[in-house]
Structure formats: structure tokens, C-alpha cells
Unconditional design. Structure first.
Length: 480
């Protein structure tokens, strides 16, 4: 039997408002426990929620970015359940009238054809607090700093067919929310989390199989691994004659498997009803159009522009636009040095190599875009070769200095004085007589070329890499 996986994601993006969705408390990450929870977040008697308009604007911005209808009227509902980190006894969410209607995003997993993934809807809700089990002997601590943080829950249709597609979708959502500036998208701080709904069915079947939901997966890598292990589990289960139970599961990264959540950890009857403390959110076309006017250039459009304006390949453009900072950095390097292809190669090559090696985000790169652009200019005006440039770049990285300073200090300036190069060539020809004879007696054109290049290598070596390679070539050619 051939199986097909079916996957739908529910992504929670924490919105980048400065205060909470229904109170004035700060949303800054990492503060002392309970120092950023006000009376509203603590559910003190008589406290009333007041909607933060910033959250509405950000949700609408997202909706416009995925070509969705923005609801002129949306309604907040209470989702009732009991948990210690939820002092009100309910979470305010949008069940029946979400602010963002159906939309579409396009994914391009692993170079394959672009595929549209439908978004079912996106709604606003508040986050709960956090239970701290570690620091308290026999007790649980509750930190309500996160309670009331605005979330946008983005629910996809079950349109993905593999873990790779699910990751591509999540990356696209991540790119969108960060381009829009509505979320920092930092998965390690919980600013973006994802529930993965997974089912399988025989290839060719059109009805859906029974799904399980893997809760709260918090990295791209874990999304891929959790989904793959769940697909495998379901296939084995069905092939052994079992049936998949619709249930909530958790991914255990240490054992790379999903496990059912204890049934106590989730309740099914949330008794949703409209929150009587909050009015419906009514917005008009004028408001929506004002938000549309603030839409920045989005990843797909940027990619097309990088191809048409900068002449980049589809592949390079796609990689560069995945992240807005990278795209901006590239454009700055490119405009500084005037060679987009060279800029792209360095941003995706040497720069990302060193960033990865030191696990630094681009914002903390010791070499700025202007500095890298200047270095690349020095390749183009023949001050240094591409090879020496790598050496200069590493020194810039270590010392925080400009390219010109390093080139000057370390005496790396390319030798373009033809007299000096001639002397070097003469010297090498005298020292390497065997190579020269070998070169002259070689009848096969391709091999002859190789032997010529070996001699070029000798001259370059004699110049400590500083001779202008084009000049070495032509002078050597003449002399031979
Ligand atoms: P609920 O109301 O329980 O949250 P939904 O129907 O809203 O369930 O679906 C939640 C998520 O699960 C959506 O992202 C949807 O695409 C996905 N989903 C629904 N059915 C399936 C299925 N059979 N297989 C995989 N994913 C599914
Ligand atoms: Mg759901």
C-alpha cells in the first residue's frame, strides 16, 4: 500500500505590540516573573479588558499580505477551561467571527514547483501564563508575564503532503510576519509556535484520514522530525491492523517520537460564547485601505525584483529573500560594490559561513554591509584578488576594521606593476626549467593548459598571492 500524508498547521505568532492585547502591561521578554502582569492580567474582580488597536492593525496587515478578506466585523469569544496559568478561567479568542478570512500563501519546497497552500482563517487571541515546574520543590510556580500577550493564530487548510512542505509553509509564514514587522518570529523565545495536524490515507483516496495534533512544536527542525515520526507511527499502526485515534500528542525530541498527552491536559468542551466585556470589532474600508498602504515589499515580490533588477538566479534570489535582514544586507552590499552576483556570492558564502560558525544572527555581524561592499570594491578595482579578499574578510571580522585598513596594514595590495611581475615571472621560469620544458613538449591542448596554470600558480606563490592574476597570465604567455 502506498500512503500519502496530509498535514495542516496552526501557527501562533506573537504580535510585536509593546503592551498586551487587553491591558497596558508591557510585553517585553525576559523580565522578573510577574513583574509585567497588571490587575487585568491577574483577573482581579471588576477588571475590564480594553482592546489594543495595534493588535487589530497587525492582524489585518497579515490578512492583506495573504490576500485574505478582512472581516468588517469580528467578535471575541471566551474559551473556557481551567488551568493554573489562566487566572480568568477562560482565554479570550475568536471562534466564530475571526478577523482574517481565507487566504493563500505560495511555497516552493526544495526547488520544486511553487504550490499554493490555503489559509483557512487567522484569529486574534491572548496567550496564557507559564507554569514553572523546575525551581520549586513539590510546588509549581506561576509566571503571568506572558498572560495577555497578543497572538495571531494562523490556521491552514490540510494542504501539505510532506514534512518538507510543512516546513516550507512555516518558513513562509515566518518570512511574512517578520517582513511585515508584526512579530519577531523568534521560535526559541516562543514568539512563534506551531501545532501540527497529521493524518495519512492511501494514495488516490480523496477523503481525509483521522488526524492527530502534535502540540507546541517550537523549531523548524522539530516540525520536520515530529511530522515524519508521526507519519511513520500512523503507517505502522494501520498496517498492523490498528486505527488512528484523534488525539493530542507531544513531540519528545530526545527519543524522536510523539506521545499522547495525558487526557487531563486537554479538555474538549470549551463552552465558547461571545465575551460580554468586549464589543465586536467593527472596521471600515477606509481603515483597511490605510493599513494596505503600509504593506512593505513582500518576499515573493522581492524575489522577482532581485531576478529582474539584479539579474540573480531564481535559486540565489529565493535564498536571499527568506529573511528580510539578509535581503536588505545584500542590497546594501550590492549597491556599494555595484556587482549583485558578487554580492550575493559573498553574503551566502563567506558571510553566512562565519555567522553560522559563530552562531551569530546577521544583526550582530561584526562586518557591516557597507564594509563588505567596500571590500568587494577592492576586488573589482584590482587592489586585491578574490582569494586575498577572503583573508582580508576574516581579519575584518576579527578586528572590526575596514578593508582598506587591513590591506594597508598587512601589505596585501595586489601587485599590478608590470615590471615587478616580469621580474617574478623571470625568476620562476629560471627556477622551474623542468616545468617549462614539460610545458613546451606537451602536445595535448588541455594538458598544456593545465601545465600553464601550474606555472601561473608558481608565480602567484612567489608573490605571496599578491600579483594581479590577469597580468601574470599575459606576461607568462608572452615569455613562454
Ligand atoms: P479544530 O476545530 O479541532 O481545531 P479544524 O478543523 O479547525 O479542527 O482543523 C485544525 C487544523 O487541522 C487545521 O489546520 C486543518 O487543516 C487540520 N486538519 C483538519 N483535518 C485534518 C486531517 N484529516 N489531516 C490533517 N490535518 C487536518
Ligand atoms: Mg484548532
Amino acid at each position: 500500500m502506498q500512503w500519502e500524508a496530509v498535514i495542516g498547521l496552526e501557527v501562533h505568532a506573537q504580535l510585536a505590540t509593546r503592551s498586551k492585547i487587553f491591558s497596558g502591561a508591557s510585553t517585553t521578554f525576559g523580565a522578573e516573573p510577574n513583574s509585567q502582569a497588571c490587575a487585568v492580567d491577574l483577573a482581579m474582580p471588576g477588571m475590564l479588558p480594553v482592546l489594543n488597536e495595534g493588535a487589530v492593525r497587525m492582524a489585518a496587515l497579515f490578512g492583506l499580505a495573504v490576500n485574505a478578506e478582512i472581516a468588517h466585523r469580528s467578535v471575541f469569544d471566551r474559551k473556557n477551561y481551567f488551568y493554573p496559568d489562566l487566572p480568568k478561567g477562560y482565554q479570550i479568542s475568536q471562534m466564530y467571527h475571526p478577523i482574517v478570512g481565507p487566504g493563500i500563501v505560495t511555497i516552493e519546497p526544495d526547488d520544486s514547483e511553487p504550490r499554493p497552500i490555503r489559509i483557512h482563517h487567522a484569529h486574534l487571541e491572548e496567550d496564557a501564563g507559564k507554569s514553572l515546574h523546575e525551581d520549586f520543590q513539590g510546588m509549581t510556580g506561576i509566571d503571568l508575564n506572558r498572560a495577555g500577550t497578543p497572538l495571531l493564530e494562523i490556521v491552514s487548510e490540510p494542504d501539505m503532503r510532506s514534512a518538507v512542505e510543512a516546513v516550507a509553509y512555516l518558513r513562509k509564514i515566518h518570512a511574512l510576519v517578520t517582513y511585515l514587522g508584526i512579530s519577531d518570529g523568534d521560535m526559541s523565545q516562543g514568539s512563534m509556535r506551531c501545532d501540527c495536524n497529521v493524518s495519512i490515507r492511501p494514495v488516490g483516496q480523496t477523503t481525509l484520514g483521522t488526524r492527530t495534533e502534535i502540540k507546541n512544536v517550537n523549531s523548524f527542525r522539530f516540525v520536520e522530525k515530529a511530522i515524519n515520526s508521526e507519519i511513520e507511527r500512523q503507517i505502522e499502526l494501520i498496517e498492523d491492523g490498528g486505527t488512528v485515534l484523534q488525539e493530542t500528542r507531544l513531540y519528545d525530541a530526545d527519543n524522536n517520537e510523539t506521545r499522547p498527552m495525558r487526557s487531563k491536559e486537554f479538555a474538549n468542551d470549551y463552552r465558547y460564547f461571545p465575551d460580554p466585556d468586549l464589543l465586536p470589532v467593527v472596521i471600515d474600508d477606509h481603515y483597511i485601505e490605510a493599513i494596505r498602504a503600509t504593506l512593505p515589499e513582500l518576499p515573493d515580490a522581492k524575489k522577482e525584483r532581485f531576478i529582474s533588477q539584479h539579474g540573480l538566479s531564481e535559486y540565489d534570489a529565493r535564498l536571499l529573500v527568506q529573511n528580510r535582514q539578509t535581503a536588505d544586507y545584500f542590497e546594501q552590499v550590492s549597491s556599494r560594490c555595484g556587482d549583485p552576483k558578487l554580492a550575493a556570492n559573498w553574503v551566502m558564502g563567506e558571510l553566512s559561513r562565519l555567522l553560522n560558525q559563530e552562531e551569530l544572527p546577521l544583526e550582530r555581524s561584526p562586518v557591516s554591509a557597507d564594509q563588505l561592499g567596500q571590500l568587494l570594491q577592492r576586488i573589482q578595482d584590482n587592489t586585491i584578488s578574490g582569494k586575498i579578499a577572503k583573508q582580508v574578510f576574516e581579519a575584518m571580522w576579527q578586528e572590526g576594521a575596514d578593508a582598506d585598513q587591513i590591506i594597508e596594514q598587512q601589505g596585501l595590495k595586489q601587485v599590478s606593476d608590470s615590471g615587478a611581475i616580469e621580474t617574478l615571472v623571470d625568476q620562476v621560469l629560471a627556477e622551474q626549467q623542468a616545468m617549462v620544458e614539460d610545458y613546451h613538449s606537451e602536445p595535448v591542448e588541455k594538458k598544456k593548459k593545465k601545465k600553464f596554470n601550474a606555472l601561473v600558480g608558481q608565480v602567484m606563490k612567489a608573490s605571496a598571492g599578491k600579483a594581479n592574476p590577469a597580468q601574470v597570465n599575459s606576461i607568462l604567455q608572452q615569455k613562454l
